[in-house]
Design a protein around this ligand. Structure first.
Ligand SMILES: Cc1cc2nc3c(=O)[nH]c(=O)nc-3n(C[C@H](O)[C@H](O)[C@H](O)COP(=O)(O)OP(=O)(O)OC[C@H]3O[C@@H](n4cnc5c(N)ncnc54)[C@H](O)[C@@H]3O)c2cc1C
Length: 421
């Protein structure tokens, strides 16, 4: 068995064998590698790009303990037991981040458990999130959500655009790129092979023993099991493209302003929480090193194009008129993986292959957790996943129409937001 190559940045240049091969070195793939390392199982991780190139290095750093679907909605659709299990998984996700930060001493990732504040843009939206907080307290016994008045939310955020809000205490912020790179560094120090710039070009099943052979540009990997953790970037090569058909990739964009003046810095978001709002085309924001970071889902245009950034800046100034003259110094975008049922999916594509994907834009905590569960599943264990357990690959219907479909849905949501519906 060839040993791992721990040199950062180096592509895999020699053939290796491992118990488990993992494709994708974002939170999902690295959390899976960590879970395997802890069980003494030899894993090798392959990524087509440098660590953090995918969503794990581009995101807004909002660490949350929720799913896109609210817990009352989950209970309404699937029953109270399902809501209970998903509620536990959501909070387990935050614990998974905390454990990785502690274990690998990732102080540079600056995890802050300051809570997440959901800001209501209309009275109707406020009634809805308050009802959700009541339901979670009464039905799930979770009193970590508290309601804030219009005055309190203006004090908290420095914006008068919101009518009230709900604070979730079990949430916070992190520096995403430091987090993902720190996990990779920690795993390499434990001799886990992580190979960057190594796209998996082809996958072959081995008849008989059920293993897999992965072809990369310079070398071949043989493994008994495979974990695919490529999420919304699965179509980088044809080998992983089938996993992209599980998802509707949605472009998400972010801007970061110049450093705010000391007065503005003190007035806006003094508690350093993460903030989201209730519009369907949700925006989120937080402060990092005195800069405002502002993000939103912008369905128009491809990654790398400049469309969406001006709209994002306008949305930021509408909420924070104080920032009208503050220049934007950085802007970037990436893809999040949305699913048809608004929940992540972890499952087996065949008897050798496990996959985890579809965090619907809230993957810092969830990918850190579900990567571990994917590893357990790959080893034949039975983690309790409730609705997240996927029976196999189930492509999104009419997947080829996803781009026009996303544009249509986004335009409809923008209209509903504009009329306050
Ligand atoms: C702009 C933006 C803002 C976001 N904000 C937040 C936020 O504030 N809070 C939050 O919780 N979530 C947020 N998210 C979502 C979160 O970042 C993702 O859910 C999470 O990072 C997914 O991690 P992952 O490991 O599954 O995928 P990724 O980090 O995308 O990693 C997938 C990796 O697979 C590799 N890959 C793909 N195909 C192949 C192949 N064939 N061979 C080898 N390698 C391959 C890619 O190079 C990539 O590195 C945001 C996402 C974006 C884009």
């Amino acid at each position: 068995m060839a040993g791992p190559d721990p040199t950062p940045g180096s592509a895999l240049a020699h053939d290796v064998t491992a118990d488990v091969a993992i494709i994708g070195a974002g939170y999902s793939g690295l959390a899976a590698a960590h879970a395997l390392q802890q069980r003494g199982v030899q894993a090798v991780v392959l990524d087509a790009n440098p660590i953090g190139w995918g969503a794990s290095g581009r995101n807004g750093g909002v660490v949350s303990s929720k799913f896109r679907l609210s817990f009352p909605a989950i209970a309404g659709l699937h029953g109270l037991d399902a809501a209970r299990t998903l509620h536990r998984l959501a909070h387990d996700g935050v614990r998974a981040v905390e454990r990785l930060v502690d274990e690998f001493k990732l102080d540079a990732a600056r995890l802050e458990h300051t809570g997440s504040l959901r800001c209501a843009h209309t009275d109707r939206a406020l009634r809805s999130i308050c009802a959700e907080a009541d339901w979670v307290r009464e039905q799930l016994g979770d009193a970590s959500m508290t309601v804030l008045s219009r005055h309190e939310i203006a004090q908290e955020t420095g914006s008068t655009a919101f009518v009230g809000g709900v604070l979730s205490a079990d949430a916070g912020t992190i520096l995403p790129l430091h987090y993902v790179r720190g996990i990779a560094r920690g795993l390499r120090a434990r001799d886990v092979g992580i190979h960057e710039n190594t796209p998996v070009l082809a996958l072959h099943r081995v008849d008989g023993n059920g293993g897999v052979i992965l072809r990369t540009p310079q070398a071949t990997v043989r493994a008994r099991r495979l974990i695919v953790a490529t999420n919304a970037y699965s179509d980088l090569t044809p080998a992983t493209a089938p996993y992209q058909r599980e998802l509707v990739p949605f472009r998400s964009a972010m801007i970061a302003t110049a450093r705010l003046s000391p007065a503005c810095d003190a007035r806006l978001m003094a508690n350093r929480r993460s903030y989201t709002e209730t519009r369907r085309m949700m925006k989120w924001f937080r402060k990092v090193d005195g800069r405002m970071l502002f993000g939103g889902r912008d369905a128009f245009g491809k990654e790398g194009q400049t469309t969406g950034f001006d709209a994002l800046r306008r949305a930021m100034v509408a909420l924070f008129p104080d920032l009208a003259d503050t220049p934007v110094e950085y802007q970037w975008s990436g893809y999040v993986g949305m699913t048809f049922n608004s929940l992540p999916h972890v499952g087996r594509a065949d008897d050798a292959t496990t996959f985890c994907l579809g965090y619907n834009g809230a993957g810092i905590a969830m990918a850190s957790l579900l990567g571990q569960h994917a590893a357990a599943l790959a080893l034949g264990e039975h983690p309790e996943l409730s609705l997240i357990a996927a029976p196999g690959l189930k492509p999104v219907p009419f997947h080829s129409l996803r781009a026009p479909g996303v544009r249509l849905v986004a335009a409809w949501y923008q209209f509903l937001d504009a009329v306050g519906a």
